[in-house]
Design a protein around this ligand. Sequence first.
Ligand code: FE2
Ligand code: FE2
Length: 255
Amino acid sequence: MNTSALLEPVHQFLHCSTPDAWIQKARLPENLPLLLTDHMICELKAAQTAMLLIRKYVADKSGSAMLLDWLRPYETYAFYNGPEVDFVALQKRVSKSEMPKTDDPWGQALIDSMVLLIKEELHHFWQVREMMAARDIPYVKITASRYAKGLLRAIRTHEPAMLIDKLICGAYIEARSCERFAALAPYLDDELQKFYLSLLRSEARHYQDYLSLAQQISPEDIAPRVRYLGEVEADLIRSPDPEFRFHSGIPDSLS
Ligand SMILES: [Fe+2]
Ligand SMILES: [Fe+2]
């Protein structure tokens, strides 16, 4: 796989690279359980975000119910101390015919790209869970980082600006994840390195899907908004952050 061709647009899109101090901390073996745990939850949150977008802006009642049912076992496990279920079998239960549909071309574009994204993020969730299990890392709930909250604070509160901003923020979260997977991969063991590099292609596509949905719905050029939210994102990455997480800023200590 030509990773540099995949990463070039991602690096151009982001306003800064991951600071070296973050990588130095993330590569320490003692931080691996925390990093994998946060990564696993981020995959689920990515799926949730996409589900909420479909539910809020497009889906009818039965489509909404189907989406809720789809994610519930994952949420129960991750957020409510529920049992670990057979996530592979769950995945197979979801059929295309049950997915929400709409006559609106933009709405259908949203459904199509977000349903694919949900499928892929849930698969990544399960893959991270397997990596943790293979390393005897138990799942212990942790607090979320400031990153997503920091981005959400910058979102405008009237429509369609709110939706456009949410989509642009989605693009930044996906692009940053992609950039961090690649930045961290060289410091991980062979198996994890292979896994992280295998995630690049889908995360790079996810960021582009979000961005093109934002441009499709916006009556004006989204470039100024993309620039602004890119600065907000970069500030969260470049500034000191007391809590170490997958999307955190500059750690205040190395340990
Ligand atoms: Fe993912
Ligand atoms: Fe993604």
